[in-house]
Design a protein around this ligand. Structure first.
Ligand code: DI6
Ligand code: FE
Length: 412
């Protein structure tokens, strides 16, 4: 398209672009034009096309809207009481015996209808959006029964309708064994594969399928049954893999050409190689590592060497990562695991989009991509991972519509 032929809806000027299409893809003193909710043009200001309206960014930086590609943000209750009890000396086993842990969140979530789930989750989602997030993945997995899983996924979709955020849903029915199936894990997996997943997918509630492959979760063989069911329905898969031990989950999800393997603290060299061959993204979750005071880091150097794309996400959940800051997740990935600031930002833009199968749509500033953008008062892109507990986000643009962060947070 020649530049003269474009008459854009909105032109951003006086802005430095980090396109994230090739490293940071820095373009200083640039401009970016939006038409029909998509990026229509970007380049040097002097060659900008005509537009119906213009927005002077005052020398701010613009990145793609950030993508939090792994969250359990829809849930009832929280577990600060258990956390406090643990810090006062109670053991994890004590708490589990008293019905605590993940099952306390399952009980709290099962009690809530769709509207109440949305209301409980909105403050957490808004905290992310205030930091320039325009896409969130939301998992089910605290219902563990058909109707409760459906309510979680409907709440996730409703959040995408009520706030300026793109929501990708993931069915995580195989997250934990519900009490109704105690001692019958294989029967629960049958319920997940033959009843829950097909019905929820048929309602359009499932964009991807996940499982918790772990000694305290589901076995490799049970996980494979879930993947086979997803494949029959044409749904992409991802996996909580190698978080607490090496179960060969990364190799399994790679065999199913999975979008991502997530956590990965105990990932083996074979797992790295399998992910590299399959193009499966490594989703790194430093919040859970920090909160659990883990000491085995994921093999970042091996992943880098093998050319595995690394994403970074919050894992926002009440048990192991009560975290609603994507910028802090980026800082932790750098500080705890030695990602570079550029890798951290690629991890919440391009590679996070890949982990959701959305990289043709979002995650970079390129002509034709959705105009999901974030504007930052920073000196250079590394500032986004550098600061701790500081939010330099000035505004976000979702589908071409500009929103000042302070203003819309007060009014939604
Ligand atoms: N891994 C985790 O860290 C969370 N789920 C998972 O599969 C824990 C979820 C919780 O404790 O509520
Ligand atoms: Fe998780």
């Amino acid at each position: 398209m020649s530049e003269a032929a474009v008459t854009a809806d909105l032109l951003f000027t006086n802005v430095h672009l980090a396109t994230m299409a090739d490293g940071y893809g820095e373009l200083r003193d640039g401009a970016l034009a939006v038409k029909d909710g998509r990026i229509a043009w970007l380049g040097p200001r002097a060659r900008a096309p005509r537009a119906a309206a213009e927005h002077d960014c005052g020398g701010a930086w613009m990145t793609p809207g950030l993508v939090d590609c792994h969250t359990h943000i829809v849930h009832g209750g929280n577990r600060s009481n258990e956390w406090e009890a643990r810090l006062n000396g109670a053991s994890y086993e004590d708490i589990a015996r008293q019905g605590g842990g993940i099952m306390s969140t399952v009980r709290a979530t099962r009690e809530l209808g769709v509207e109440a789930l949305v209301a409980a989750s909105l403050p957490r989602v808004k905290a992310l959006l205030a930091e320039g997030v325009t896409t969130i993945e939301i998992k089910s997995g605290y219902g563990l029964a058909w109707a409760a899983e459906e309510r979680m996924l409907r709440a996730a979709r409703a959040i995408g309708e009520q706030l300026p955020v793109r929501v990708a849903t993931t069915f995580l029915g195989a997250h934990a064994l519900p009490p109704e199936f105690a001692g019958r894990a294989d029967d629960y997996v049958t319920e997940v594969c033959e009843r829950m997943l097909p019905a929820l997918a048929q309602q359009g509630l499932v964009d991807a399928v996940d499982a918790f492959c772990e000694r305290i979760g589901f076995s490799n063989a049970q996980t494979e049954r879930v993947f086979a069911a997803a494949r029959r329905l044409g749904l992409p898969v991802k996996l909580h893999a190698e978080q607490l031990s090496d179960q060969g989950g990364a190799e399994l999800v790679a065999r199913y050409k999975g979008l991502s393997a997530d956590h990965l603290e105990y990932l083996s060299p074979q797992g790295v190689a399998a992910m590299a061959r399959a193009g499966t993204v490594a989703v790194l979750l430093p919040g859970a590592y920090y909160f659990l005071r883990e000491t085995t880091p994921p093999p970042v150097a091996l992943l880098r060497e093998a050319g595995v794309a690394m994403a970074v996400a919050t894992d926002c959940n009440p048990g192991t990562s009560p975290m609603t800051s994507i910028l802090l997740a980026m800082n932790m990935a750098c500080t705890l695991w030695r990602l570079t600031p550029q890798e951290a930002l690629l991890g919440t833009t391009l590679h996070a989009a890949r982990a959701l199968g959305l990289h043709g749509e979002i995650g970079t500033l390129e002509v034709g991509r959705r105009a999901d953008l974030a504007l930052w008062d920073i000196a250079r892109p590394a500032d986004l991972a550098y600061a701790i507990g500081f939010n330099p986000c000035r505004a976000v643009v979702k589908d071409g519509i500009l929103r000042s962060v302070g203003v819309w947070l007060q009014h939604t």
